[in-house]
Ligand binder design. Structure first.
Ligand SMILES: *[C@@H]1O[C@H](CO)[C@@H](O)[C@H](O)[C@H]1NC(C)=O
Ligand SMILES: *[C@@H]1O[C@H](CO)[C@@H](O)[C@H](O)[C@H]1NC(C)=O
Length: 317
């Protein structure tokens, strides 16, 4: 693994300088909008990242985890609208980027891990709901609450039911069922594999996005309610019409250069199913802040070494 050139400082003395208006119809919210009430009394609570890398150091012309030395390190795109329409892009993007980082850390020697989006919808209500949320806040939840399960024991339902039981939420994020269909919840303390992270933070801007992507995919905020995005079928998006605000969260997997035109693009994993776009992905020109992707926070999380070792041991890698 490459060494990560960053240090995460939680609660650093820094506040985001601009506030984007939250969209009433979107599923992506900035960290600051999500925690507007909490942050209004203390502006210093937005987790922040400091980079050791200097902007003058050179970065590769292409770096895409979809094709890294002819190996794919990206887990499949999801569909947030099935089985139920839900503004859960923030949960799909945060778990999607983190699952890719597990795949990278396991050097593609283990089958894809599908992290439980539903456990975020059920238990991570501070990070979001079916009415939207934030990927950085999702990582904060995963970090503070000791990890999440994979989706085999808590599949996606597309509903948020954070307050339905008296049992602690962490103790109902994984079910086991017998062949007669009787199911029970496994307490968190009995779970063998909780996917944990050792650090998390955010970056923004082309240079810092690229520098962080060299460690693995990142979950970025964007505006997604333009007609051309909704009807996108493929190619590099170049229309830089400006839109106000944030409505969506997606996974940026890397960047590359188009061999025909020389145009530099981001490659991005969406959560609209694989019928959408370039089999669930899209590409967009770099450097024009299209859909506000380069001017808003992109969250990242680092898989815990301890869990990587435990997966290797349990799957006899
Ligand atoms: C890809 O190949 C290059 C050149 O052989 C090597 O330096 C690099 O570490 C490889 N990257 C990964 C992620 O394996
Ligand atoms: C860019 O998008 C805007 C808004 O949808 C549209 O009005 C305009 O025609 C597009 N420009 C090009 C060159 O396609």
């Amino acid at each position: 693994m490459m060494s990560s050139p960053h240090f995460v400082l939680l609660a650093l003395l820094l506040a985001l300088s601009s506030v984007s208006p939250a969209s009433a119809h979107g599923c992506g919210l900035t960290y600051k909008d999500l925690h507007a009430a909490k942050l209004s009394s203390d502006q210093n609570q937005v987790p922040q990242t400091i980079y050791a890398a200097s902007p003058s150091s050179s970065l590769p012309t292409a770096w895409d985890w979809r094709n890294m030395n002819a190996t794919n390190f990206i887990t499949p795109p999801s569909y947030q609208m099935l089985p139920s329409q839900c503004g859960s892009c923030w949960a799909f993007a945060s778990t999607g980027a983190l699952a890719d980082r597990f795949k990278i850390a396991l050097n593609n020697q283990h089958p894809d891990i599908v992290l439980s989006v539903q456990s975020l919808l059920d238990c991570g209500s501070d990070a979001g709901s079916c009415n939207g949320g934030n990927a950085l806040a999702a990582y904060e939840y995963i970090h503070e609450d000791g990890g999440i399960t994979d989706s085999t024991c808590l599949p996606y339902k597309g509903v948020d039911n954070s307050n339905w039981a008296e049992v602690d939420c962490v103790d109902r994020m994984c079910q086991s069922c017998d062949r007669f269909g009787t199911c029970s919840y496994t307490p968190q303390t009995d779970l063998q594999t909780l996917y944990k992270i050792s650090e998390y933070g955010w970056v923004k801007g082309v240079y810092d996005m690229k520098a962080e992507i060299m460690n693995g995919p990142i979950a970025c905020l964007m505006y997604a309610h333009s007609e051309d995005f909704e009807s996108y079928t493929g190619g590099i998006i170049t229309n830089d019409t400006k839109y106000d605000g944030i409505t969506h969260v997606v996974v940026v997997t890397g960047w590359g250069v188009d061999s025909q035109t020389g145009m530099e693009y981001w490659r991005v994993k969406n959560s609209f199913g694989s019928e959408w776009g370039e089999m669930g992905f899209y590409r967009v020109e770099i450097g024009k802040d299209i859909y506000n992707m380069e001017s808003n926070e992109c969250a990242f999380a680092v898989p815990s070494e301890e869990i990587i070792e435990s997966i290797k041991k349990r799957s006899r890698l």
